[in-house]
Design a protein around this ligand. Structure first.
Ligand code: CUA
Length: 160
């Protein structure tokens, strides 16, 4: 088989770029131990139900913090606990979530919230919910046969 000189240059460049890319990704993941940026704290995933705040999942009003509500969610195959979350509009909310088994996702439709939940890690995200509505929460990480049915609902309601 005959390759033109420039084809050889491009093949070398292409394969070289691929090797460099895989090396960088590999070093970041295995040597530097990179994780999704929202997963900063660790937890024993076998004891999730016994450890605060996951021993009491749900929406909790808090005071003296930079946010108004803490929304604690436990993911497991193939559901979220609790299944419905309700917060008043214009609240600053901290989502705190983890998983009891495999990797799950926590994506809130129509928002930029999309966390990866890894066993052994706590994922957190602070945001202000500024529009009344019902937002579907879906799992964006393939987790098994029930993946497509895994969902819950965030209801942002008018202030009473
Ligand atoms: Cu949980 Cu996909």
């Amino acid at each position: 088989m005959h390759f033109h000189k420039y084809e050889k240059y491009w093949l070398t460049f292409g394969i070289g770029a691929l090797v460099v890319f895989l090396l960088i990704t590999g070093i970041m993941a295995f040597h530097n131990g990179s994780h999704p940026p929202s997963a900063k704290k660790t937890i024993n995933y076998e004891q999730v139900d016994k450890q605060a705040p996951f021993d009491n999942p749900g929406v909790h009003k808090v005071t003296g913090k930079d946010w108004d509500y803490e929304v604690v969610v436990v993911a497991s195959a193939f559901l979220y606990t609790p299944t419905v979350l309700e917060v008043p509009v214009d609240s600053k909310v901290k989502f705190i979530a983890t998983t009891k088994d495999v990797v799950h996702g926590f994506g809130i439709a129509q928002t930029n919230i999309n966390m990866m939940l890894e066993p052994g890690y706590i994922s957190e995200y602070v945001t202000t919910v500024d529009k009344v509505g019902e937002y579907l929460i879906v799992c964006n990480e393939y987790c098994g046969v029930g993946h497509a049915q895994m969902s819950s609902m965030l209801k942002v309601v008018a202030k009473k």
